[in-house]
Design a protein around this ligand. Sequence first.
Ligand code: NOJ
Length: 566
Amino acid sequence: MFHKFAALFLLVSGLSLPLHSQTRPVDSEGHQWWQHAVFYEIYPRSFMDSNGDGIGDLVGIDSKMDYLKSLGVDAIWLTPCYPSPQVDFGYDVADYENIDPMYGTLADFDRLEKDAKQRGIRIIMDFVMNHTSSEHPWFLDSQSSRTAAKRDWYMWHDGKGPGLPPNNWISEFGGSAWTFDAKTGQFYYHYFYLQQPDLNWHNPAVKDAMFDVTRWWYKRGVTGFRLDAVDTLFEDPQMRDNPVLPGLNKYGDPKEENVYNTKLPEVHVVLRDLRKVADENNAVLIGETWTKDVSELKQYYGDHSDELQMPMDFMFTKVDKLSPPEFRRQIAAVDSAGGWPVFVLSNHDIVRSYVRYGDKQHDQAIAKLMASLYLTLRGTPIMYYGEEIGMENNDPTRKEDVKDPIGRVGWPQEKGRDGERTPMQWDDSPNAGFTRGVPWLPVPPSYKTVNVAAELKDPSSILNTYKTLLALRHQNRALLDGDYVALNENDANVLSYLRRYKNEAVLVVLNMSAQPQDVSFDLSPQGFPAKSAHTLLTTTATGSKESSVSHLSLEPFAVYIGAVSK
Ligand code: NOJ
């Protein structure tokens, strides 16, 4: 009898598919693990230094595993910690299958993976697909002669004429995207720094070698990749000049429309094939997908949901003011795109959200408001380390202090990304408890109060608000699986919505203004005639356990989250 049931279960749940198939749902909605997960980005240089060299490392991250668990994260994305000359702080990879000694060893990685797994936390690596370091053995070979075995692994071309690059393409990080190599008399192409030569993805040998890299890490226990710079994998084989736009960019180069060197259709072929390898390993692919609109974002999910499971919605980060109408528009667009939304507030390339949204008067309240927004939407959030304690940007004030090369090239218009990459603030001891040495980037003075240890003790801290929100996300069915229903859509100050799942719903009310607001809801058209909500989280000091939905009063920038039932 038991066997019959077991066979039936296998049939119904689709487990007759390959063992590592991506189709193992975690709920009756057919959701996958990553749809219920909260991801957390760690910039290894800046998270925790175990050996006093001022640079974070894997042993340091491992020592904070209990913190990550208690915070409520399910997966950590490590930005590159592979061997690298560190021109772009790891995004210039010299060996894809190792750990840079400054971050530790493969044995440290294995221990980290094991300790994470023990706590139910998965590890996502960063896959720098577009380019390698100019010190990668592949490039060293490629550069050695025109007839080298790996010459065609990179993009080598003759100039247009003496001293002239092959075309007008501009590097994202300033200057021409072509660098002349005197030894072989040709130019090589680099969308980013000249120490980051672009791989030639038209070459099947490149594709094979790079796909094997992912297999190698899957075998080591990694459960997915964040794909770096996917837009830029392919270039026009005819090498046509990009159209030039009026004006200069922050590096003093002519502005261009990158029609011939970004977002070429071939990218999608690679993503579909990479997805097959991911599916064989029950892994997830997250995309660094800078898109101008939702129709572009949609393409990254794939026509048959066969490309990226998690293309990041960076348009959300571009809503750079607390504007309910603008957030409503963006959320509705992404929510209806057909894929599973992926929300981020900031990362190692984007100014911290604390500063972007803060008004210098209500910064704490606003940080809680933004957390409440993206952690209660339908979709998967990717947090950035330090956001949960309200870390601010600490931008350099003098050019000579800048570490990120673009900050030196573009100074003062572009100060680089050091400001959002400063050490994690653990406590109020010297250097915020990050290192016993000299930190590679300075810690801002605010660390004395803005730190994990202090905020753990304060029930109303930003950190404890995050913890509450993450716990709610994991337990509440409406937050896990419910649809998104916009409410009071004409309200210019308060953003409100319902997450609705069967007989339960969660009401989220966010006052995005500096004035107190009174709001009223009639949820009967949504199938919830009840007049009161059971409070799950409120940042209003006088909040009570039950609140009337027909009359809610909110302090400036306050949050109300309550459960309603039929
Ligand atoms: C995107 C990464 O997030 C950024 O930090 C890096 O500089 C570029 N890609 C180049 O790899």
